[in-house]
Design a protein around this ligand. Sequence first.
Ligand SMILES: C[C@H](N)C(=O)N[C@@H](Cc1c[nH]cn1)C(=O)O
Ligand SMILES: [Zn+2]
Ligand SMILES: [Zn+2]
Length: 475
Amino acid sequence: MDSLSKYYETVEQDKQHYIDRLSEIVAIPSVSCSADHRPDVVRMGHWLKDQWEALGAETKLVNPGTQELEGKTLDLPPVVLGKYGNDPAKKTLLVYGHYDVQPALKEDGWSTDPFKLVINDKEQMVGRGSTDDKGPVLGWLCSAEAYKKAGLEYPVNLKFCFEGMEESGSEGLEEVIRDEADKWFKGTDVVCISDNYWLGKEKPCLTYGLRGVSYFYITVQGPGADLHSGVFGGTVHEPMTDLVNLMSKLVDVKGKILIPGIYDGVAPVTDEEHQAYEGLEFKHSDMEDDLKHKVIVHDEEKKTLMHRWRMPSLSLHGIEGAFYNPGAKTVIPARVIGKFSIRTVPNMDRAEVARITCKYLNEEFAKLGSKNKMTAEMAHDGPWWYSSPKHPNFVAGAKAMERVFGVQPDLTREGGSIPITISFQEALNCNVLLLPMGSADDGAHSINEKLNIRNFIEGIKVFGAYVDELSKADL
Ligand SMILES: C[C@H](N)C(=O)N[C@@H](Cc1c[nH]cn1)C(=O)O
Ligand SMILES: [Zn+2]
Ligand SMILES: [Zn+2]
């Protein structure tokens, strides 16, 4: 019998309580990229602090500085630091997560209010932040609480670091980590992050690589105000025309990036890496089912995974200032801002990516002969990360998953970015494990984001089994 059976029973018994709590925090619209929502982000940080304190943790809120947003100077949301247990005989685990979320509006196409957690007939909890990353962040709290309730001693010293700016480039966090490395984080043995997803829907995985992200703005300023296209169309250089022209020169329809030199830093594929793709449970047919349409570019699964995990990509995200509402408004927008990002991979250099991208945009704009003003800038960037899955931290994670799910997890890389991962690894000189809770079809950042009840509850059990395995590991 598993020594944690009492813990697992407690988690099962308290299932509804955990769901209610997730419902409570999904209702806090902690959207970090919006000035209007900044008080909500702060409220969410305080919620975590209060809940952990109620459980007996020591906490501290760190203000990471200020930010210019939408013409205002705003305090960045607090970084919530905590310590739960302080026994020199135990190992010390640091967990990181984020309590901010991506924006969401019902009119984006959500079936229900994005900030009201709804359980559908597939036992899925639908709501913004359910999987990214409120469910996993809450999971750590529920797990520690279940240990206590089951009358079991928490097997490690737990430290936590929860931020409210991950979806907006983790502004200010790197400095906090460096400052606290020898203070709050002192004694940390290993780090665990639960902020990504399984490769499929049935089998869990552990993740040892992430892409980086470099986010760009192209601003085209034309006339002093929006214009009537009947009166001025054909007589002025139109900002949208310039911008769309420029954006079309960044990437082709099959995803090939058109910026000269962008692929120069990409590491060659090794034999060991080729082998890592063998035996992974990943099928185009499953991905197409999730996507609802047959829109995959590549003809082989391995190529798709390589383009997700180990090749750079460039995505066009949107145009601020453009007319996008329903209806037929005949306007010439005066100032538009095009937004795109480049996912970077080993061994690309972030500064070089920014330099060649802005240089290329300036050269292409000059070719247009437009009298409008264009600026290209990198708004934020976060590095890629790549680690070894052979470390005892990963072994502990794998054993925990096997205890709960009865299968060995897949070892995967991830196409998304968690910019702060490498900072923990370097500043604390520790191994970092990515231990995902959510499933491949959760739809993070998309409409109808969800977390399966199964993933949430079994994920909480995995967190408990993982700390138990860590306490026995030879780190
Ligand atoms: C993988 C993680 N859950 C995530 O969604 N990260 C974001 C990070 C980011 C950086 N700039 C904006 N968001 C991502 O990969 O997009
Ligand atoms: Zn996330
Ligand atoms: Zn995210």
